[in-house]
Design a protein around this ligand. Structure first.
Ligand code: SAM
Ligand code: DTB
Ligand code: SF4
Length: 337
């Protein structure tokens, strides 16, 4: 068993190594070809295939609730064009430094009592700092784990030593998104490379932490960019155990603040293709759910989404709220995982 896991980690590294001059090294062309075929299917056929695979690998009646907590907000040195927390843009986000343990544990307890089995702590860092803040993060991971929740963090880039220490503290998963295709990435972020993101994902995987990696649609990318984004994730061995699919929440003050809201059918296509290509992954319907009707959300669940971020807020922007989420599941005869 141990040998098998090591082998998988080696494969992950091999499969994601890259040469900046040959960006296709991030994915197999056969994978991209398969994605193109699936992605362009008529919606009834696409959903039928996705549903079949979903049912073979998951309980299609269940949705996992994951609560996000912004444990350190705003004033981020990165220039991610979508993000209200970047110090490069003037937005309405109220910055704060790292929250104390008592407040975070209180939030985690509330999340659990509202049905969440996963709690994700997000920080507006380019990379996880060393020293006092790192020690505080380790304490937060240990304390949330004691509540018997899946602990996830999204704290920017981490090195291999930090990943090992987080794993020892009991971290279940680490979220670090590739965001979009390797090519379109350069239109969206200038302050760190796609390759640096991949290296953080390798450090997470090598430490035995579950990889959570996905991205955003609605940033002006082409259909081909969306397909390549899914091809990079689907070429990882093993596949990320969790794949968040975000629809851009356009925030005033950011360079993407004027982008139109994504057509929900586009989201369904992404979810269904992710489900078919990565059958065992948790496909998370993440940001942008507040723009979806109950019917559109139902279609996403039918297409294989099996987790949502619940609560009044995502990190800094508004979300549907737990009672609304419970109401939809109830209406659909579904329940919380
Ligand atoms: N600073 C860390 C990082 O960048 O990895 C963690 C937090 S960051 C906010 C987590 C992810 O949220 C981003 O990678 C991006 O995919 C998503 N995100 C941020 N702003 C968004 C927006 N306005 N709409 C949709 N998704 C967004
Ligand atoms: C992810 O892919 N989406 C979540 C989670 N991972 C951390 C975050 C969405 C953030 C949306 C913008 C905001 O609320 O600040
Ligand atoms: Fe900073 Fe993360 Fe926002 Fe980028 S997405 S600006 S790294 S908080």
């Amino acid at each position: 068993m141990v040998i098998e896991v090591k082998q998988e980690k080696k494969d992950f590294q091999e499969s994601t190594k890259s040469n900046p001059n040959h960006r296709n090294d991030y994915f197999d062309s056969t994978v991209l070809n398969k994605i193109e075929e699936i992605f362009n299917l008529p919606i009834p056929e696409l959903i039928y295939k996705a549903q079949y695979i979903h049912k073979e690998n998951h309980d299609p009646r269940k949705i996992q609730f994951c609560t996000l907590s912004s444990i350190k907000t705003g004033a981020c040195p990165e220039d991610c064009h979508y993000c209200p927390q970047s110090a490069h843009y003037k937005t309405n986000v109220q910055s704060h430094s790292l929250l104390d343990k008592e407040s975070v544990v209180q939030q985690a307890k509330e999340a659990k009592s509202n049905g969440s089995t996963r709690f994700c702590m997000g920080a507006s860092w380019r990379e996880l700092p060393e020293g006092k803040e790192f020690d505080e993060i380790i304490e937060l991971v240990k304390s949330v784990k004691e509540l018997d929740l899946e602990v996830c963090c999204t704290l920017g880039m981490i090195n291999s030593d930090q990943a090992k220490k987080l794993a020892e503290a009991g971290l279940h998963s680490y979220n670090h998104n590739i965001d979009t295709s390797p090519e379109y990435y350069e239109e969206i972020i200038n302050t760190r490379t796609f390759q640096e993101r991949i290296e953080t994902l390798q450090n997470i995987s090598n430490a035995g932490i579950n990889v959570c990696s996905g991205g955003i649609i609605g940033m002006g990318e082409s259909t081909k960019d969306r397909q390549k984004f899914l091809a990079v994730l689907s070429s990882m061995v093993p596949h990320p155990s969790s794949v968040p699919i975000n629809a851009l929440v356009p925030v005033e003050g950011t360079p993407l603040g004027d982008r139109p809201i994504v057509d929900p059918i586009e989201l369904v296509r992404m979810v269904a293709t992710a489900r078919i290509m990565m059958p065992k992954a948790m496909v998370r319907l993440s940001a942008g759910r507040k723009f979806l009707s109950d019917e559109a959300q139902a279609l996403c669940f039918i297409a294989g989404a099996n987790s949502i971020h619940t609560g009044e807020k995502l990190l800094t922007t508004d979300n549907a709220g737990t009672s609304k989420d419970k109401e939809i599941l109830n209406k659909l005869g579904m329940s919380i995982l």
